[in-house]
Design a protein around this ligand. Structure first.
Ligand SMILES: NC(=O)c1ccc[n+]([C@@H]2O[C@H](COP(=O)([O-])OP(=O)(O)OC[C@H]3O[C@@H](n4cnc5c(N)ncnc54)[C@H](OP(=O)(O)O)[C@@H]3O)[C@@H](O)[C@H]2O)c1
Length: 229
């Protein structure tokens, strides 16, 4: 077995996910795999293997998982988010948020458990948001996309904790991470002024490197600050 760390980033076509695989690609002793929904749209990043995966599709996730026998770290970066207040969004459209941001990560984690169990590191990062912090959103003047998006990210946080509860005896480390306000297609919806994706990605890779099982079920900001649930 290779001593390289194998890292899989879900949703690496653009934004934070693309910056993560670019950061990992120049890291020594690291094998990087990125997933994209459309392989034809994948950028050519040296040292990164791209495979196709749509988080909302059982067959697509199963096929991708069959191509990945082992990984140390699974970073589920993919997600959707717009400014959709719960008072105006239709119930069906709220369901789409849950389908992508909650059921998608659930499907991906379950499909990749054998690959994670094949190695000792067993680390899962769920890209969350301060919009998913119940405590933070209950404060006056809550920030971020909030609404339907925040609801889905709060559920993602709980999903991470429940996976932690069920897998901690096997040595898993599972944390939700807020990438900060990042200048991506999604981050731009909040206006100008987000940080460059590379800045967030560099900090996230550093944070992930330092994680041990003791930190599992902690909600982190990209810079290592612990966030309120
Ligand atoms: N940007 C911010 O300021 C910010 C703040 C807090 C949290 N976040 C979180 O950080 C993560 C990355 O955000 P971002 O700003 O980079 O977003 P983005 O620019 O909108 O990119 C979203 C990524 O998710 C992928 N994706 C969407 N639906 C998918 C699906 N069903 N299956 C597989 N991949 C899918 C997209 O692929 P396609 O190219 O195929 O659409 C794309 O690679 C998200 O989870 C987001 O919620 C971002």
């Amino acid at each position: 077995m290779s001593s390289d760390q194998i890292v899989l980033v879900i949703g690496a076509s653009r934004g934070v996910g693309l910056a993560l695989v670019q950061e990992l690609a120049v890291k020594p002793n690291t094998q990087t795999i990125g997933t994209v929904r459309d392989l034809n749209a994948a950028l050519d990043v040296p040292n990164v293997k791209f495979i196709a995966l749509d988080m909302t599709d059982d067959e697509s996730v199963a096929k991708a998982a069959s191509e990945i026998p082992e990984i140390d770290t699974l970073i589920i970066n993919a997600g959707m988010g717009k400014r959709d207040p719960v008072t105006t969004i239709s119930t069906a459209d709220l369901g789409t948020y849950l389908t992508v941001n909650v059921l998608g990560p659930h499907r991906v984690i379950r499909a990749l458990l054998p690959a994670l169990r094949a190695r000792k590191t067993r680390r899962i990062i769920a890209m969350s948001s301060t919009s998913g912090s119940l405590g933070g959103q209950a404060l006056p003047g809550s920030i971020g996309l909030a609404g339907a998006y925040g609801t889905s990210k709060a559920a993602l946080n709980m999903l991470s904790v429940q996976f932690h509860n069920e897998l901690q005896s096997e040595g898993f480390t599972i944390v939700p991470v807020h990438p900060g306000w990042v200048d991506t297609d999604m981050g731009k919806l909040h206006g100008p002024g987000g940080m460059p994706p590379a800045t967030s990605a560099k900090a996230i890779v550093k944070l992930v490197d330092g994680l041990t099982t003791k930190e599992s079920a902690t909600f982190y900001k990209f810079d290592g600050e612990k966030l309120a649930w």
